[in-house]
Write a new protein. Structure first.
Length: 324
């Protein structure tokens, strides 16, 4: 008998197109279609980490929506609660590639996921769910999506935890006050934020100052980019990130969240929880994909046991671990 999800992730995923040939974006004729979404990324990481997961969203009754459900399910994720909207399309976005960087263009206005609202709760089976994972992207999509997030936060929790990754997307908050995210995050049990986005939302990226502004969540994780991350559940604990030969940075934050949540559900010690987040992020940084293949178990076990100096001296490459 298959167990249900232990972690249920709620949020929009879109069809993603990236250039399949070199050249300026306006001259590219061949594009590779994949998918991308913060919450589904987290859900797709978890089965490989031994944690059953589910993803809940709305997709259009179109080829992109069907592909999305099939590909996310192929990662071992339960997608049975997703809603196929007969009228609204699946959102999509384009990641350009050029000498000046890789700008992203979104085509998500009026998407199926933007039509989600509190009625989605009727589709949820929370039996056995230990963590409900949300992000700050969903409440920015529409007023009904904001109402959905508030409804999820209002539900009786019992022993179930709500994880909230701030995931600030400035373009989605144009003309709106992103400090609304402070209100929503303050009602979660686990909050993950980058120090840069925390600066926009709370006016500070300092972990101790953030903890004073967020007294209710039992767990606060502040990510400092390539420097590392700080866990605040009592005295702040900083764990440096691994040095990685980065191939593509997109998706590393979602990978960190998955590694951290999986370790938290196992009851791991604070340092291990941060390190497992860094290890999962490193696996994604080493690929072009939003969801990388987990690092070999021998590498993970060795690095988890490493002393502070040994951890800092490790560098991950496509060939493995290099000591410097």
């Amino acid at each position: 008998m298959t167990s249900g999800p232990e972690v249920l992730c709620v949020g929009e995923t879109m069809a993603l197109f990236v250039p399949a040939e070199p050249g300026p974006p306006d001259e590219v004729k061949q594009w590779l279609r994949t998918i991308g979404g913060a919450e589904s990324n987290v859900a797709c990481h978890l089965p490989a980490l031994g944690v059953p997961s589910g993803w809940v969203s709305a997709v259009g009754d179109d080829p992109f929506g069907r592909a999305m459900l099939r590909e996310i399910a192929a990662a071992g994720v339960d997608v049975s609660a997703c809603y196929v909207d007969p009228k609204r399309p699946t959102g999509l976005y384009i990641k350009e590639s050029g000498a000046g960087g890789s700008p992203v263009r979104y085509y998500r206005a009026g998407s199926a996921a933007s039509g989600m609202g509190p009625s989605l709760l009727e589709r949820l089976n929370l039996d056995g769910v230990r963590v409900l994972h949300l992000s700050g992207i969903t409440p920015a999509l529409s007023e009904s999506c904001l109402a959905l997030v508030r409804a999820l936060l209002d539900m009786p929790r019992g022993d179930r935890l709500i994880s909230f990754d701030v995931n600030l997307r400035p373009a989605l908050w144009a003309g709106r006050d992103p400090r609304l995210l402070a209100e929503l995050a303050g009602r979660a049990d686990i909050v993950l934020t980058g120090d840069d986005e925390a600066q926009h939302v709370w006016g500070t990226g300092d972990p101790a100052e953030l903890r004073a502004l967020l007294p209710e969540p039992r767990t606060l994780v502040v990510k400092h980019g390539e420097r590392g991350a700080t866990l605040v559940e009592g005295e702040p604990l900083f764990a440096p990130a691994l040095r990685v030969d980065v191939v593509e940075p997109v998706g590393a934050g979602d990978a960190f969240a998955a590694g951290f949540l999986a370790a938290t559900l196992r009851g791991a010690e604070p340092l291990e929880r941060l390190r497992r987040g860094h290890l999962q992020a490193a696996a994604t940084l080493l690929t072009h994909d939003d969801v990388g293949v987990p690092l070999p178990r021998t590498v993970v076990d060795t690095l988890l046991k490493a002393g502070a100096d040994e951890w800092r001296s490790a560098r991950l490459t496509g060939e493995g671990v290099v000591r410097t």
